[in-house]
Design a protein around this ligand. Structure first.
Ligand SMILES: Nc1nc2c(c(=O)[nH]1)N[C@H]1C(S)=C(S)[C@@H](COP(=O)(O)OP(=O)(O)OC[C@H]3O[C@@H](n4cnc5c(=O)[nH]c(N)nc54)[C@H](O)[C@@H]3O)O[C@H]1N2
Ligand SMILES: Nc1nc2c(c(=O)[nH]1)N[C@H]1C(S)=C(S)[C@@H](COP(=O)(O)OP(=O)(O)OC[C@H]3O[C@@H](n4cnc5c(=O)[nH]c(N)nc54)[C@H](O)[C@@H]3O)O[C@H]1N2
Ligand code: SF4
Ligand SMILES: [Mo]
Length: 693
């Protein structure tokens, strides 16, 4: 490896901040500023800055582990791979191919996600594959496809944000979850634009807002309908735009008219004058945007909620025009690319549909298999995890830690334990890996090359900067070796660029067309936005801004979705009178598998807590730091009280980064959105109790 700085990207969130990595003498790597990448211009959050700590051998896995006599013991790669192949073979022979499950992750590179989807369909012949992105942005994806015919997180680059007139940020705490992106919103305000934040908590992000709406968790759908009602009532609909560029307005209008502002105030708790102020701020400027994140999306009505916010953009002519539009702030490092290339239950590469005969033919040809041999769509993530030990007997898991991150986690943990066989590829011994029969230690971001697609739809090259330690292999090597042992000798290359070349062909002509993108281009340019088809004549520049001429529907028009408010799957009652919502803190990432191994991050965020309002705390007799128990129909979690007036008195908040007694997901409700199959992470009914010491 070279000793000079390698320009690359952070392993964690969907901003995919640029950074330089320089090897240091002790074998590690140092992060230095990379100012040329426009998303972060050199700025990094604490997680990105400390990411090299997880490369050190003291916290990571460097040998395969195989369960023997109840404990995981070091084994050779051949022993571990042989064991996985034998077990998968046995499951298939005894119970059929669908008894083998595969679970992937939105943190995996495009090459890995693509290969995992192919591995499931071609090597295992199973339909039972899905991934953790289902828990992330699937409602926004479903909403975007319904309305625009295409799902790409942001239809414009982040650098457009400072130039618009108003942004409504719905359920995003980006000051903590994507800190360098806050700059775009500060610049927006400096330019005279306004920021509206919708969050039941007064977060660091809400602190920046010109207007902060604080709805009850789970009521964003009503809120958006109430705003649309006012837009109609105040004559603010862009009739010409609606006539020219959309379809379905009459039904959407009728649905909104049934949501009177006073009714919406009763549901959401947001006072009518604030609704009116929000409408004024959103409608007065020339251009405006709505951006959603997990707050409104992780609900059992997430798809409809996203639809309602999109309707607001469509009615006011704020989509498919410069500096206007609806976008979703996708979360994981490759949350965008990870949802495009086939690790999703219903999907083939290039965002193709598995139940589309033409898509099957195209991909089968690239894969050199009979289209009829490809299985059909499988189950969504929660449903797949819930079927473990039932009709799914063996599971291969790569890039997720569901023991901490899945809803109703105690139940899912039991399901995982009831498997005949579990194989996990990971960089650390996560809580889920600890339950496995075989654990394979894999290479990480700085030790391998691959592409990711950030929340803007910008495809990026993550370059290898250092040599991996002895004993680890890449996920691509794992799949190559397993395919070989399961009788498929060709089609699973270990060189990421070779995989990408195949992905280009597989995605060609699809919605997410990468065929015009090459590693060379990615190395020379600061990423390329898809769609980027191949052109005979010259190089396609990529598509930073979508929908300016037409939407991706058959007739080019965007679709209004007629939606009405409905209650959450669990509303408070006498027994469970409080609402629980969950989310993140700045210093920990997801299930914490990686960041809980970094001293500096643990010092900043040492453990779980229950955020609650002083009035609720007083009722319980709980003081700051006292342990409180949160009890739902699924279970009980205990964590110290963090008392703040910055949360609604009817709501408590827990971050979900920790296992054990304070695991937030012991409590959460796996009620699923009917379209996206997203679980209701953002609201369930609980009882809060003081814990006597
Ligand atoms: N530090 C850190 N950064 C991360 C991650 C991480 O784990 N840690 N994960 C990455 C990933 S994968 C993702 S998906 C993103 C997530 O990024 P965000 O969506 O910003 O993160 P969350 O904290 O889950 O939720 C955002 C906000 O939604 C609010 N909220 C809760 N319930 C509701 C509701 O019913 N309605 C509304 N409007 N708001 C509500 C919460 O109070 C919270 O402030 O972050 C990415 N970045
Ligand atoms: N209550 C509640 N629960 C939530 C959420 C919430 O807001 N509230 N948010 C949900 C969301 S948005 C998400 S995205 C999920 C995320 O939750 P998880 O799916 O658990 O995500 P991570 O913790 O990032 O797990 C990734 C695992 O893969 C490993 N890993 C990292 N890179 C690689 C690699 O290249 N190869 C392999 N093989 N392994 C790798 C990491 O060490 C880690 O163990 O959590 C969901 N759960
Ligand atoms: S904001 Fe996201 S991509 Fe940027 S340094 Fe932090 S974790 Fe990494
Ligand atoms: Mo996520």
């Amino acid at each position: 490896m070279q000793n000079t700085a390698t320009p690359t990207h952070c392993p964690y969130c969907a901003l995919q901040c640029g950074m330089n990595l320089t090897p240091v003498p002790d074998g590690g790597v140092e992060v230095t500023e990379r100012a040329d990448f426009p998303v972060n211009r050199g700025a990094l959050c604490g997680k990105g800055r400390t990411a090299p700590a997880v490369l050190s051998s003291s916290v990571r896995l460097t040998s395969p582990l195989v369960r023997s006599g109840g404990t995981l013991v070091p084994a050779t790669w051949d022993e571990a791979l042989d064991r996985i192949a034998e077990e998968l073979q046995r499951t298939r022979a005894e119970h059929g191919p669908d008894a083998c499950g595969v679970f992937g992750g939105g943190g995996l590179t495009n090459e890995k996600a693509y290969t995992l989807g192919k591995f499931a369909r071609v090597v295992l012949g199973t339909s039972q594959i899905d991934y953790n992105g289902r828990f992330c942005m699937s409602s926004a994806a479903a909403g975007g496809i319904k309305a625009f015919g295409l799902d790409r997180g942001l239809p414009f680059p982040l650098e457009d944000i400072p130039k618009t007139g108003c942004v409504i940020l719905v359920g995003s705490n980006l000051a903590e979850t994507m800190p360098p992106s806050l700059r775009f919103f500060t610049e927006l305000k400096e330019n005279g634009g306004t920021l509206i934040v919708v969050d039941p908590r007064r977060t660091k992000t809400a602190d920046q807002a010109d207007l902060h709406l604080m709805p009850r968790p789970g009521t964003d759908l009503a809120l958006a309908l109430g705003l649309l009602h006012l837009i109609v009532a105040e004559g603010r609909v862009d009739e010409a735009y609606v006539a020219e560029r959309t379809a379905g307005w009459e039904d959407a209008r009728a649905a909104a008219m049934a949501h009177w502002p006073e009714y919406v105030e009763r549901i959401t708790g947001v006072p009518v004058p604030q609704l009116r102020e929000a409408v004024r701020m959103f409608c007065e400027p020339e251009a405006a945007m709505v951006l959603t994140a997990r707050g409104p999306e992780q609900q059992s009505k997430g798809t409809d909620t996203v639809g309602a916010w999109i309707n607001l953009c469509l009615a006011t002519g704020r989509a498919g025009k410069p500096l206007s539009g609806y976008g979703c702030l996708t979360g994981q490092g490759n949350g965008q690319g990870g949802r495009e290339h086939g690790q999703k239950a219903d999907q083939l590469p290039g965002y193709r549909k598995l139940d589309d005969p033409a898509a099957r033919r195209h991909v089968a040809e690239v894969w050199g298999v009979d289209p009829d041999s490809l299985p059909g769509p499988g189950r969504s993530a929660y449903e797949l995890l819930d079927a473990l030990g039932q009709d799914i007997k063996s599971l291969l898991l790569m890039g997720s830690n569901p023991v901490v991150s899945a809803p109703r986690a105690a139940h899912i943990e039991e399901r995982i334990k009831s498997l005949d066989f579990l194989a996990v590829c990971d960089v650390v011994l996560s809580e889920t890996a600890a339950l496995a029969d075989v654990v394979l230690p894999v290479t990480q971001w700085a030790e391998e090359t691959g592409t990711t697609t950030n929340l803007e739809g910008r495809v990026l090259l993550r370059r290898q900067a250092i040599t991996p330690p002895e004993g680890v292999r890449s996920d691509l090597e794992v799949m190559h070796e397993l395919a070989d042992r399961l009788g498929v000798e060709k089609g699973f290359p270990t060189d990421p660029e070779e995989v990408f070349e195949e992905l280009r062909r597989a995605s060609a002509g699809g919605v997410a067309d990468y065929s015009g993108i090459t590693y060379r281009r990615l190395a020379e340019e600061n990423g390329v936005f898809w769609p980027c088809p191949t052109q005979d004549s010259d190089t396609h520049p990529g598509t930073p801004r979508l929908f300016l001429d037409r939407f991706a529907t058959d007739d080019g028009r965007a679709r209004f979705v007629p939606v009405s408010h409905r209650a959450s799957a669990e509303e408070p009652d006498d027994e469970y009178p409080v609402l629980l919502t969950t989310g993140r803190v700045v210093a920990q990432y997801q299930s914490g598998a990686q960041t809980r191994r970094v001293d500096e991050l643990n010092a900043a965020a040492p453990g779980p807590f229950v955020e609650l309002h002083p009035r609720l705390a007083a009722r319980l007799g709980a003081a700051e730091g006292d342990p409180v128990a949160v009890v739902s129909r699924r279970g009980r979690a205990v964590a110290p009280a963090r008392i703040t007036t910055g949360i609604r008195p009817d709501t408590v908040f827990m971050p979900f980064h920790w296992p054990g007694e304070g695991r937030a997901n012991t409590l959460t409700n796996p009620a699923l959105d009917p379209t996206s199959r997203m679980p209701e992470f953002k609201t369930c009914a609980v009882r809060v109790e003081a814990v006597k010491s």
